[in-house]
Design a protein around this ligand. Sequence first.
Ligand SMILES: [Zn+2]
Ligand SMILES: [Zn+2]
Length: 433
Amino acid sequence: MSRVRTHVSLILAGVLLATGALAQTAAVDKKVAAVEQQVIDWRRDIHQHPELSNREERTAALVAKHLQSLGLEVRTGVGKTGVVGVLKGAKPGRVIALRADMDALPVEEQTGLPFASKVTAEFNGKIVPVMHACGHDAHTAILMGAAQVLAGMRSQIAGTVVFIFQPAEEGPPPGEEGGADLMIKDGALSNPKPEAIFGLHVEPGVVGRIDVRYGALLSSATDLRIDLKGRQTHGARPWEGTDLVNLSADIIKSLTTISARQVDVFDVPNVVTLAMVQAGVRGNILPGDATLQGTIRTFSEERLQRLKELINTSVDGLAKTYGATAQVNFRQQAYVTGSDPKILESIMPALKEAAGAAGVDTQAPLRAAAEDFSYFEREIPGVYYIIGSTRDFKDKASTPANHSPKFDIDERVLAIGVKAQVLTALQFLRSKP
Ligand SMILES: [Zn+2]
Ligand SMILES: [Zn+2]
């Protein structure tokens, strides 16, 4: 075959592929429009009946019933209240997972919406108001809609889509396990094992604008706790004991210095915050113990390890100087969340199509917020993106943020979310490993 003919046939193949994808996009548009009102209704219903982390019984039942009605294989009780639905296409192929979180927060709703929550529930021994103040009602409704659209296209799908509805993204109640980690332990990522997982989050911003990055987008979150022990003494004679109050002050200053002066903050940003200091009961007793608690946020695993080393070395050294003993504890809340660059590149046309005129920003600012989704991404590569969801968006400062009692979404984001989930899944299944 001549070079010219090879070229022509390659172009023709490309055109045919593109036309196929275009025809599919038009078909998806129709199916998304058909399911849109239903998704809005689900979102309002879930919004009006919010449930706290690990208590998502009603929501999980709604999800499971819907997935069963679509003919999916459904597993319930995965990681407490989690639901996993498996959609097998007509032909075998790759396996992709789509994830939504289902839990609400102990926040008293002040949106004034006709379907605002009046729900209260027990949390940490107290009765608290409950609200979907982070938009997980939208995520759940979006994924239910995506499942419906994809189930309706089963005959055209080569491959498998796994729908993961997870509890406790905001963290399980004190003393309980839960969230992505527990779902994984309970087999959410096996039978079948997905090759990749996609997740999204609504946030104040232009409706449909997609924020994503080739790499880290959200920080890791590590709890830090330092327990100091020494000899209690009279405040008038500090030399007879151990001055843990002065030691605490030195540790606070040292940790701020580490995060600002001993690592390259232009390379990878980080924050080390001590936000809780407990020492002493009255002004003339130097206490025999003290506790400092805080959080570490950063955007790479290496940086986190380095910060831990530096903190350990500094606290040990300072404690020795004072003749005290120190115990440093780190507890991982979440790891870095972001996108696998190769997979993101392969599904970028789908994201652009879903975002439409609002566009995709691949240079989106890093966020010092953490996501439980990172536990899935430790097992398999993922893509995580944020969709702007504010009616008449002006700026972030004047828009109630996630976790605010006034947080709300423009419901147009629901159809955009469904489209994004469906198109990215289809594009991944079409692409070569
Ligand atoms: Zn949240
Ligand atoms: Zn959230």
